[in-house]
Design a protein around this ligand. Sequence first.
Ligand SMILES: C[S@@+](CC[C@H](N)C(=O)[O-])C[C@H]1O[C@@H](n2cnc3c(N)ncnc32)[C@H](O)[C@@H]1O
Length: 218
Amino acid sequence: MVKTKHSQTAPRAALQQYRVRADLYDLELQPFEPLRLEAIERLKLAPGEAVLDVGCGTGLSFAPLLQKLGDKGHIVGIEQCPEMMDKARERIAKADWTNQVSLLEASAQDAHWKGRADAAIFHFTHDVMRSPTAIDNVMAHLRPGARVVATGLQWAAPWAGPVNLFVMGAALYSVSSLDGLAQPWSELAKRLTNFDQQSTWMGSVYIASGIWPGPGSA
Ligand SMILES: C[S@@+](CC[C@H](N)C(=O)[O-])C[C@H]1O[C@@H](n2cnc3c(N)ncnc32)[C@H](O)[C@@H]1O
């Protein structure tokens, strides 16, 4: 398992939020598990491929990803919060996935690892999605033609007041800034081809996907 020294430039507000949420996190995410499976379906993974799980949290995506990737597949989980990472480590040890999952304890802005993955998933990682530096760093570790999927909160239509109250409450609890909630995927859209974005949860949640064409070609 790869473990890097914790980044000195890890975005601090997001880090603090998740330090106190790690114990309850898996329970809180339960309602969104069908969306996780839908996001993973969109990656069209084949056995033996490698996937970056960006902001992997406690590792809730590992089991459904490995179901697609098989014994020869590989996941690199990137996570800046030590408490969330501890839960991911426990999950890996318990399931004996040490050969299939590597963890990088670093911010998505700073993480570096060898190799180019076939796909990347950003599941509810708004702070990462709003950082061009983080997205560029992740893309630099994908092979041209890699599939990318992202999900997360977004503002619903302006007339959907109660829905937006839900978005605001959930966002204040889980992201470091409300900036960019109108189009959280916009930085990703600039970098991908075949970009597709759809809304669910009465417009309060998006799922976006596309293809990374390689450096200099988006
Ligand atoms: C809502 S959780 C999602 C966790 C996981 N993707 C899942 O599907 O359950 C957001 C995660 O992103 C992590 N995170 C936020 N900003 C980050 C950054 N800049 N680099 C790496 N991880 C980050 C948080 O620590 C947290 O674990």
